[in-house]
Write a protein that binds this ligand. Structure first.
Ligand code: C5P
Length: 228
């Protein structure tokens, strides 16, 4: 299976099911985000899992260690393959998350949200460093806590690899074929360039889900990614 993760940003289980029906016989790696999960509950994970697909459950947990550990235990029982927390929750929280999730599934962390500007970080979080320094610091404490990697901008992936390790995952949204429209993404790159910079996985939503031919759009992206 490829490391191209399809973001299932749909409102209901029915729409997800009819989207997945188009990919008959293929095993996909899909991302279920908080919008869909909070509407449908754990049932969406069971339904997608029963079709044999691999699931990245993108819930970005951030709470006290005990709560996160117990929540992760439940998500692990659901059979998720990858999930995440906010690195801002701290090393103790991340270690607790990892304990709860156990050894099978991969756990990654959000560093600074890509919607956070350096100015907002200075004024709202009172972090004196540059945005890149903060992202690198969060990536390092994520590694120290024993997690497998981070979600980040493809443009940050090389810098994170250089400050952690080759095997530390860099899962990156904001990826489009050169021919596609940007939607609301501000800093985008192509699958080929993302791999060259240092992404280990790419997350692609609308270029596939909003396409007239999602199966073809997916394969075009996978081809460029695999060949890079
Ligand atoms: O449709 P598009 O390809 O822009 O979707 C990207 C997916 O990645 C969405 O689910 C979006 O919420 C998510 N994401 C993002 N940027 C981040 C973190 C997550 O686009 N920094």
């Amino acid at each position: 299976m490829s490391n191209v993760i399809i973001a299932l940003d749909f409102p209901t289980m029915e729409v997800v099911e009819s989207f997945l029906d188009k990919f008959s016989g293929e095993t996909l790696f899909v991302k279920i985000g908080m919008e869909l999960y909070y509407q449908t509950g754990p049932e969406i994970v069971r339904a997608v899992k029963s079709r044999g697909h691999k699931i990245f459950l993108d819930l970005k947990l951030h709470d006290i260690p005990n709560t996160v550990e117990r929540t992760m235990r439940g998500l692990s029982a659901l059979g998720v393959d990858m999930t995440n927390v906010h690195a801002a929750g701290g090393i103790e929280m991340m270690k607790a998350a990892k304990r709860g999730l156990g050894e099978g599934p991969q756990l990654i962390a959000v560093t600074q949200l890509t919607s956070t500007t350096e100015e907002a970080m200075h004024h709202e979080q009172l972090i004196d460093a540059s945005l890149n320094e903060s992202v690198i610091n969060y990536a390092k404490i994520t590694q120290e806590a024993g997690l497998e990697g981070v979600v980040c901008s493809p443009l940050e992936a090389g810098m994170i690899r250089d400050n952690t390790s080759d095997v530390f995952l860099r899962v990156t949204p904001g990826v489009r074929l050169a021919s596609a429209k940007a939607d609301d993404q501000k800093r985008i790159t192509t699958p080929k360039r993302a791999k060259e910079i240092g992404s280990t996985h790419i997350v692609v939503g609308r270029p596939i889900t909003a396409s007239d031919d999602p199966v073809r759009a997916y394969h075009d992206i996978v081809r460029e990614w695999e060949e890079a």
